[in-house]
Every structure is written in structure tokens, then in C-alpha cells.
Design a protein around this ligand. Sequence first.
Ligand SMILES: Nc1nc2c(ncn2[C@@H]2O[C@H](COP(=O)(O)OP(=O)(O)O)[C@@H](O)[C@H]2O)c(=O)[nH]1
Ligand SMILES: [Mg+2]
Length: 238
Amino acid sequence: MKITMVIPTYNESENLPKLVKDVLALPLEDIHILIVDDNSPDGTGDLAEKLRKEYNDRVHCLHRAGKMGLGSAYREGFKMAMDEGADYIGQMDADFSHPIDKIPLMVKELANADLVIGSRYVKGGKLDENWPFYRKWLSGFGNAYARVILGLPNRDVTGGYKLWKKGTLAAMPMDTIKSNGYVFQVEMNYVASKMGFKIVEIPIYFQERTMGKSKMNLKISLEAAWRTIALRFQHRDL
Ligand SMILES: Nc1nc2c(ncn2[C@@H]2O[C@H](COP(=O)(O)OP(=O)(O)O)[C@@H](O)[C@H]2O)c(=O)[nH]1
Ligand SMILES: [Mg+2]
């Protein structure tokens, strides 16, 4: 059972070495990492190459010319992971917000599901306790906004911690998934749900990064706000 965790990076040199070490130390025999780097100015791409050599090709790299967004990084990364024969394909951030020790449970749950989501909004799930009230509110509001507009049954629809079966991902109409920023997560969730895939959520504690900077910005938020509404029309025939 080959598992490939796809990790998009932009200026994550402070996080990447420990992240790779911790993921590959999990008690999962055939777990791999695919780093999708967008020519990070801080040298994350070179670091990824070093890690690839250090870990004897359990680390794979996809180098892109420049910052082209999270959605497009995942689209390319998924394709490469599938071409390289992964059975399970994961998505996770490079900044330790997604608890690595939950991967084995996600793998276990995926045996009886098409997609597993690490969820902040199911019982037992939680947002960083140290986040100020407005950040918690914004996250909760964004999630509720997307759930209501799109009528989604699962709880965490904006999160980016996911594990897909190859068959699920291969059946997703990727050429119709147009989001580039973080709303890509919502679009994938929406399409998977409309296609009738079985989605299971497991609770996670989402910890805010301690190193590096968030790439969230106003442009990404606005894309999320309007595209959430546009998604209803875009995928009306599904
Ligand atoms: N390759 C690539 N990675 C990105 C891009 N934007 C964000 N990321 C990565 O996506 C993950 C989530 O981003 P982050 O800034 O932590 O978002 P936040 O948690 O919402 O503040 C991190 O691993 C980032 O390095 C991008 O345009 N290209
Ligand atoms: Mg983050």
C-alpha cells in the first residue's frame, strides 16, 4: 500500500526538514512525500532536493516556475503522485498545523471510505487555543458560509488535511476544478460530495504555525467568497 502525502510549499525552509523527518518516521511502511515547491525565494526547493537524496527517494519533488497558488499546486501534485503509483494520496500543509500523528488513523479510516478529512469542526476537533477571537470567528464563519451556500453535509469544508483513495481522485473531474487559492479545498469537497463519495471526518487539533509566515491574503479570501457562490453554477450538472 503506497501512500504519498502531497505537500505544497512556499517559503517553508524552517519547517520542511522536521516535517519530512516526522512524516517518514511514522509506522507506515510505504509512505512517501511529494513536495510541490513554487520556486520559493527562501530556497525551500533546494532543501527539498537535499531531503530527496537524504531519504533515498521516499521524498519526491515537483519544482514549479513561480507562485501559482495552492489549487494548481495540488492539481499537478495529484497527477504526479498517481502516475507514480500511489494507492492513497494525502494533502497536508507544511507548517505543522495538521497533526502528523493522525495519518495512521486516517489510513485506517480510508479502508471504509472514499475520502477522509482531518476535521476541526467535529466533536473532539479544535482550533488553536491561542488564536485571537476574531481569527477563530473568521475561520468558523468561512466554514459555515461555504456549508450553507453549498448545502454540504460534512462539518469541516474549508480544511486542507485530507486522504484520498486513488480511485476517488481518479474519478474527480479535475479539468472542471478551477479554484486556484484556498477555495480549492471547498471545491474538491463539494464535487466529491455531489459525486456521492463517502466522506469520513476524524477530529484534529489545528495548531497555528510557529515558524514561517502564512500565505493567506485578501485576494485569496475574496476569491473564496465569490467562488463559493460561483461553484453552485459551475457544477450544477453534476
Ligand atoms: N506551492 C505552493 N504552496 C503554497 C502556496 N500558497 C500556500 N502554499 C502552502 O500551502 C500551505 C498552507 O498555507 P499557509 O500559509 O499555512 O495557510 P494558512 O494556514 O491558511 O495561513 C503551506 O504549506 C504553504 O507553504 C502556493 O501558491 N504555492
Ligand atoms: Mg498554515
